[in-house]
Design a protein around this ligand. Structure first.
Ligand code: SF4
Length: 163
C-alpha cells in the first residue's frame, strides 16, 4: 500500500514535522507500506517554503508563493513516473488537505497571497492517484478515522488482494 510518508514514516512536512496516524500505525506489520513524499521527490527539501493550489486562468496550478515557482509540471511528471513504476499496489492512504497528496479537501486559492480559499479540491499527486487507480481504495487519514469509512477501506483493500 502506498502511504504519504509524513503519516508516521518520516518528518518530511514543509515545517520539518511528521503527522503520525493511529490507523496507519495499526496497519504497520500487517501490510507492506510504500511511503512516498511527492514534495521531497521533486526536490523541495525539508523544511521548505509552503506551496498551495492556485487557480490561474481557470486551471489549478501548484505554486510556491514565496519563491514564485510553479511546480505543477514537476509534480505531474513525478506522479506519472512514480505511479507508473508501481508493480502490485492495492490501495493508498494519503495526507488530507495537502496541496500535493490531498484527495478532496485541499484549499484552492484565487491568488498566491489570498488568505481565504475559493474552493476545496484535490492536490496534484492525489488527483493523479485517483485518475490512474479508479478501482482501488484511496482514502486520507481523516476519512479512515471515521469507523465506517475505515472498515470499508479495509474491506475494499482485502477484496483487491483477493482479485
Ligand atoms: S502531505 Fe505528501 S507531500 Fe506533504 S509532507 Fe506529507 S507526504 Fe510529503
Amino acid at each position: 500500500m502506498v502511504v504519504s510518508q509524513c503519516l508516521g514514516f518520516a518528518a518530511c512536512r514543509y515545517d520539518g514535522t511528521m503527522a503520525p496516524d493511529e490507523f496507519v500505525e495499526g496497519l504497520k506489520g500487517r501490510v507492506t507500506f510504500r511511503p512516498v513524499c511527492p514534495e521531497m521527490e521533486i526536490g523541495l527539501g525539508c523544511p521548505r517554503d509552503p506551496i498551495r493550489i492556485v487557480l490561474v486562468q481557470g486551471k489549478r496550478r501548484l505554486v510556491q508563493p514565496l519563491t514564485g515557482k510553479d511546480l505543477s509540471a514537476r509534480m505531474r511528471r513525478f506522479a506519472q513516473t512514480f505511479l507508473g513504476s508501481l508493480g502490485g499496489v492495492d490501495g493508498f492512504i494519503l495526507k488530507a488537505r495537502s496541496p500535493s497528496c490531498g484527495i478532496r479537501d485541499t484549499k484552492v486559492f484565487g491568488g498566491p497571497d489570498d488568505k481565504t480559499p475559493l474552493a476545496f479540491g484535490r492536490g496534484l499527486f492525489g488527483e493523479a492517484v485517483l485518475a490512474r487507480f479508479p478501482d482501488l481504495p484511496v482514502e486520507d487519514e481523516v476519512g479512515v478515522s471515521d469507523r465506517a469509512t475505515g472498515v470499508e477501506f479495509l474491506a475494499r483493500l482485502f477484496a483487491c488482494r483477493q482479485a
